[in-house]
Design a protein around this ligand. Structure first.
Ligand code: P1T
Length: 400
């Protein structure tokens, strides 16, 4: 199928077919599943003619190409690149677009590792970052300096589930000559397509929903602009931040069920969010699918769903959080998100421990803020598990 005819297919079909067309050429076997090409190098008969354009796996590999074709088709982009992790993807974007003396504007509530990359790695190379609130594009504009090169957003953000108005940020970026990067890990291309909203670059941690089974690390970058793609692809090859072929195969396999999984993640997450909202031990639930979320209308406008991650604030202290988390049986107490299994964690001591305490306090990452990645298990089992653990936590509160 051609690039143009793939574009006419619906999402669930693209998630299965794009990049993985049976090969009917002379001598090919018509595999329905793309083969895993483990060869690190590719032979040629004529010195100047790489066979089929393939030279060396870091530069181009057929299994990675299959995955990249699918990623581009799902994010409505012209080009995609698959990286060895989300952070490898982020690093390549930054080295490609910001030089020493440059400045970036980033959302204040970001994955802790992304903020660490900005403030503890790139700052050592003379690149500075300003962190701003999400809701207000005016705040972003006020932070622009002559050195600003790009705006970096997550929507929803990790872990407080804040939304950014992507179309408004894209307009601002265009008007001021900046590049807009949107990390679309939480909603995936199934629910949100930032390129359609005007973003220049979409970034993913494929370790999450795209892989979907907590068994493969990966990152992705998707763009429309040809020159931007050439610059990013050159640097990806130059720094070597590529996804290995076997991991590309696992990710292609995971993507086939993305549409089904996201529907179920969302259905379960909404049920968990409503359940938690009704608990006396829960002060506040952050989930864009709830009418109580301050940006619920924006969520409905710029995305077709709300995803499977939520966070909530418990009454009490760190001891309450620990009693709750350590009494769960089905929710695994673990970092990460987006796998079929439910995961739960305490950002202040786990995923966001690398963010300094002052910044955590400013953003609202307290010791009683809990983040949940709601899996696709039976909802009755999930709610029963939460209920049991909340009772254990309530006993801690009543003894202090
Ligand atoms: O872990 P890695 O594949 O390198 O991806 C980093 C990353 C990027 N962007 C977002 C929004 C993320 O959530 C992550 C990784 N996050 C976790 C490990 C976590 O538990 O939040």
């Amino acid at each position: 199928m051609t690039h143009d005819s793939i574009k006419t297919l619906k999402f669930a079909t693209r998630a299965i077919r794009a990049g993985e067309e049976p090969d009917f050429r002379e001598g090919a076997s018509g595999d329905v599943v793309a083969p895993i090409h483990l060869s690190t190098t590719f032979a040629r008969r004529i010195v100047e003619q790489p066979t089929g354009g393939y030279e060396y796996t870091r530069s181009l590999n057929p299994t990675r190409k299959a995955l990249e074709t699918r990623l581009a088709a799902l994010e409505n982009g012209a080009h995609a690149m698959a990286f060895s992790s989300g952070l490898a993807a982020e690093t390549t974007v930054l080295v490609s677009l910001v030089k020493a003396g440059g400045h970036i504007i980033a959302l204040d509530d970001l994955y802790g590792g992304t903020r660490r990359l900005f403030s503890q790695v790139f700052n050592g190379y003379g690149i500075t970052a300003s962190y701003v609130g999400a809701a207000d594009v005016g705040e972003m504009e006020a932070a622009i300096t002559p050195a600003t090169r790009l705006i970096w957003l997550e929507s929803p953000s990790n872990p407080l589930m804040k939304l950014c108005d992507i179309a408004a940020a894209a307009k601002l970026a265009r008007r001021r000559g900046l590049v807009l990067v949107v990390d679309n890990t939480f909603l995936t291309p199934y629910f949100q397509n930032p390129l359609d909203l005007g973003a220049d670059i979409v970034v993913h941690s494929m370790t999450k929903y795209i892989g979907g089974h907590s068994d493969v690390l990966g990152g992705a970058v998707i763009v429309n602009d040809e020159a931007l793609y050439q610059r990013l692809a050159f640097n990806q090859n130059a720094v070597g931040a590529v996804l290995p072929p076997f991991d590309c195969y696992l990710t292609l396999r995971g993507l086939k069920t993305l549409a089904l999984r996201m529907e179920r993640h969302q259905q379960n997450a909404l049920a968990v969010a409503r359940f938690l909202e009704a608990q006396p031990l829960v002060k506040r639930v952050y989930y864009p699918g709830l009418e109580s979320h301050p940006q619920h209308e924006l969520a409905k406008r710029q995305a077709s769903g709300f995803g499977g991650v939520l966070s909530f604030e418990l009454e009490g202290t760190l001891a309450t959080s620990k009693a709750f988390l350590e009494n769960l049986d089905i929710f695994a107490l673990a970092e990460s998100l987006g796998g079929v299994e439910s995961l739960i964690e305490l950002p202040s001591l786990m995923t966001h421990a690398s963010v300094d305490a002052e910044a955590r306090a400013e953003i609202g990452i307290t010791d009683t803020l809990i983040r949940v990645s709601v899996g696709i298990e039976d909802i009755d089992d999930l709610l029963a598990d939460l209920e049991r653990a909340l009772s254990a936590a309530a006993r801690v509160v009543s003894t202090v």
